[in-house]
Ligand binder design. Structure first.
Ligand code: ATP
Length: 458
């Protein structure tokens, strides 16, 4: 097993990130007015925009820039036999222990990450009063009932992963998309797991969104494609600004492998709480197609006209989480610094990920500046997502945009009224240049297409 790089001192605490996300309307605890419901979050305006940008970048990498992958959007509720075939009904379990003293439940294999209910400085089982039961297997799938009658025959499950919705559509796609291996099917959607221990903000929740792609390949090419997708996925994160020193690829040891996998590597990120999984890249072999073929009676194979024979493709799966990706992009972009004796918090997000690309700000709310700024705002927002803000001092308005990661600030001032130029402020360098207002939106849109390197790399 590869060793994770040495842990560098975290640049911030998770609490600082949680506070920023709440303050700036990225993420709110869900059902807050009723006291909250554990580990469930609602995404506010900027959170939605950031997530959409992350998902768009994923779609761009999966289908916008290549011809061998197609999209799908399968149902959350699927036939219960899907989960029998996939092994989830029997095997998608975590070992659970109860403490008879504090009545809390813990994952038996993650006790070192949990806190004792009576003495939080200790792990469960370490305090004299702890009285843990033996571990028993707990299925993580959420059960529900379909139709008006709640009986055995109506049981259904909320999907715990999006992948199975892809496998059960293999035949449809093969037929209608006219693809042959190697080819992939990609999907983004919500998944649900009744996790025993949640926590670390949106890192582990019971409802989350996945970005999964199943890549079907000739069996003898599986290892090569597994390596290919590990590299591709690492590249995706670094091109979007994650610093390479904060990413590592960790192969699973034999005891860790899922029931379906012959090899898996986790892409791990150095979160404030330490190295943790961001994405898994698995070689699932022919497990899923074989199982679904057996259970459904359908042939799920590819007839190769060149070889004159049919075979069951093997599957390489990069499986990422939108919520964990979002958290890693925010953490990696977060910085506080002191500018002229004042603290500034800034999210140095890749401009393509930034929820808002440009803020149009009149220097003061008089002398025709708001009117001129509003005109310019209409031009700019036609090209890139933008915001108009005229409330409060200019310094305060810049700080607000820095905290949501807006890369460009456009200020309309007295000179604009004379010569049609504005100041363009750069979020990262704080440099201000005087540029013509005309055509500024188009020029910013063009800059969004350019390669970008995080200033944190120097
Ligand atoms: P973990 O070991 O952290 O529970 P996993 O190995 O079970 O994760 P996978 O089944 O490989 O996760 O799911 C693929 C991706 O989906 C993960 O890398 C993660 O980004 C995301 N994911 C899985 N479970 C959760 C969760 N409970 N909350 C948020 N994201 C999740």
């Amino acid at each position: 097993m590869a060793e994770a790089p040495e842990i560098a001192a975290p640049e911030m605490t998770l609490e600082e990130i949680v506070a920023l996300c709440k303050r700036r309307g990225f993420i709110f605890p869900s059902s807050e007015i009723y006291g909250g419901i554990g580990s469930t979050y609602d995404y506010g305006h900027y959170g939605v925009l950031l997530r959409n940008n992350i998902k768009n970048e994923w779609w761009r990498a999966m289908i916008g820039e290549r011809d061998d992958i197609v999209a799908i959007d399968s149902a959350i509720l699927q036939h219960p036999r899907v989960w029998e075939a996939s092994g989830h009904l029997e095997g998608f379990t975590d070992p659970l222990v109860d403490c008879r003293t504090c009545k809390l439940r813990f994952r038996a294999d993650k006790l070192e990450e949990a806190q004792c209910g009576r003495k939080p400085s200790k792990h469960p089982g370490e305090f004299a009063e702890c009285d843990l039961t033996d571990a028993r297997e707990f299925n993580l799938m959420f059960e529900t009932h379909v139709g008006p009658v709640k009986d055995q025959g109506s049981t259904a499950y909320l999907r715990p992963e999006t992948a199975q919705g892809i496998f059960i559509n293999f035949k449809n796609v093969l037929q209608f998309a006219r693809k042959k291996p190697p080819f992939g099917i990609a999907q983004i959607g919500k998944s649900f797991r009744n996790e025993i221990t949640t926590g670390n903000f949106v890192f582990r929740t019971r409802e989350f969104e996945q970005m999964e792609m199943e890549y079907f390949v000739p069996p003898d090419e599986a290892e090569q494609w597994h390596r290919y997708w590990m590299d591709e996925r690492m590249r995706w994160y670094t091109e979007l600004g994650i610093r390479p020193a904060n990413l590592t690829l960790r192969p699973h040891g034999p005891e860790e492998l899922s029931h379906y996998s012959s090899a898996t590597s986790d892409i791990e990120y150095l979160f404030p709480m330490g190295w943790s999984e961001l994405e898994g890249v698995a070689n699932r072999g022919d497990f899923d197609l074989t199982q679904h073929a057996r259970m459904s009676g359908e042939k799920l194979e590819y007839f190769d006209p060149d070889r004159g024979e049919a075979y069951i493709p093997h599957v390489i799966e990069p499986a990422a989480g939108v919520d964990r990706a979002m958290l890693s992009f925010i953490v990696d972009a977060y910085e506080t610094e002191e500018i002229e004796g004042r603290k500034r918090t800034v999210l140095r997000l890749h401009p393509r990920l930034a929820p808002v690309k440009a803020a149009v700000l009149p220097l003061v709310s008089r002398d025709g500046m708001p009117e001129r700024a509003r005109e310019l705002y209409a031009d700019v927002r036609a090209q890139v997502p933008a915001e108009y803000d005229e409330g409060g001092s200019i310094g305060k308005r810049y700080r607000r945009q820095d905290e949501i990661g807006t890369p460009w600030g456009i200020t309309v001032d007295g000179q604009t009224m004379e010569d049609g130029t504005v100041t363009l402020r750069d979020r990262d360098s704080l440099g201000q240049e005087r540029v013509p207002a005309d055509g500024l939106g188009e020029r910013l849109a063009a800059r969004l297409g350019e390669p970008w390197r995080t200033p944190k790399l120097g």
